[in-house]
Design a protein around this ligand. Structure first.
Ligand code: PLP
Ligand code: COI
Length: 340
């Protein structure tokens, strides 16, 4: 397979149009057979449900070139299941989970020339999404939907790659109790834009959101879950019904326990105790594990002992083990790696 002539090591996290994408339409109560297309544009009603009332959800995953030259994806069945949960919460029809995984495989295979080579630091980001396409003017679900998957090569989500970032405790909330924080609804991201633009304007890389009800507990950032490491090497991650159940975080907790022999804990984490942790990282498909060096809470600085130059030692081990599994040089647990 001849790869595209792209400067893989210098691409950022952005959109680059690739050759093929998958599309399936839902009409009269059923999904059509679906197909790959070269057409990267969408034509829909001016009154489409997605345009009026934001009826849309999405997923994010990556395809990797392994050390021995295969193309693989990581746990796509979990993305399929989460998208089913998102669709149900937004009153959208579920795209069948087996067809979801098949669509991912088709899109990755059709864009194999865009899957960055092993060791380049880049990956192919795969974006499944779904939206209400038929006209809606009274507030109600659309009757017709489109499911799509496109792919785009990406580099690191945070500029500087593995350099620790600085984040602020946000004055805005991301998700309400009993709201949509636990699903991947586009609306969650629309309402986070003001918060992230504000944070960037103040010189921070990201926001730490607190629980909206009490504003005492750590939730997540706009696009990643938190992991913390205690001074005695326990891996702790916030438990909350209003954060997105990150597949990366779930995988890391497994890796910490079963590969690294560390104690792990998923529990409520209070902002007050964050100063006592030794390391902090953001985890997600896009973020992988991005180390956090400093958190600023209204002028009060929490500086982790791991500092602003490199990942802390436990974060680094987690990063190396997870990416080793994804790139095929560490044996994966059963079912984690999906060969294209
Ligand atoms: N939290 C939010 C709000 C996200 O958008 C994402 C990205 O998908 C994550 C967490 C990380 O989830 P995952 O590890 O499944 O990519
Ligand atoms: C992902 O990690 O896949 C996400 O969807 C996060 C997004 C903010 C880029």
């Amino acid at each position: 397979m001849e790869k595209k002539n792209i400067d893989w090591s210098n691409i950022g996290f952005g959109y680059m149009q690739t050759d093929k994408r998958y599309v399936s339409n839902y009409k009269d109560g059923a999904w059509d057979e679906g197909t790959l297309t070269s057409d990267a544009t969408i034509t829909i009603s001016e009154c489409a449900g997605v345009l009026q009332y934001a009826q849309t959800c999405f997923e994010g995953m990556k395809a990797y070139t392994t050390e021995d030259g295969h193309i693989v994806t990581f746990r796509p069945d979990l993305n399929a299941a989460r998208m089913a949960d998102s669709a149900a919460r937004l009153e959208m029809p579920v795209f069948p989970e087996n067809r979801f995984v098949d669509a991912i495989k088709q899109v990755v295979a059709a864009n194999a020339a865009y899957v960055p080579p092993y060791g380049s630091g880049a990956t192919l980001y795969v974006r499944p999404y779904m939206f209400g396409s038929s006209p809606v003017i009274g507030v109600k679900p659309a009757e017709e939907y489109q499911f799509r998957v496109f792919a785009t090569p990406v580099g690191p989500y945070f500029k500087g790659g593995a350099k620790p970032i600085t984040i602020k405790v946000s004055d805005f909330d991301r998700a309400a109790p009993h709201g949509t924080g636990h699903v991947k609804a586009g609306l969650n991201y629309a309402m986070s834009l003001h918060a992230i633009v504000t944070a960037h304007g103040e010189g921070y890389d990201e926001n730490m959101y607190l629980d909206a009800a009490t504003r005492t507990k750590v939730e997540e950032t706009g696009g990643a879950n938190f992991i913390f490491v205690t001074k005695d090497n326990k891996v702790v991650t916030p438990k909350s019904s209003t954060i997105l159940p990150s597949i990366t975080r779930r995988s890391l907790m497994y890796v910490a326990e079963h590969y690294l022999g560390l104690e792990v804990e998923e529990r409520e984490v209070y902002l007050d105790e964050v100063k006592d942790f030794a390391e902090c990282g953001l985890c997600g498909t896009a973020a992988v594990i991005s180390p956090v060096g400093k958190i600023v809470d209204h002028g009060k600085e929490i500086c982790f002992p791991s500092g602003m130059e490199e990942m802390g030692p436990v974060t680094k081990k987690l990063y190396e083990t997870l990416t080793g599994i994804q790139m095929g040089h560490i044996e994966a647990p059963e079912g984690w790696i999906c060969k294209i």
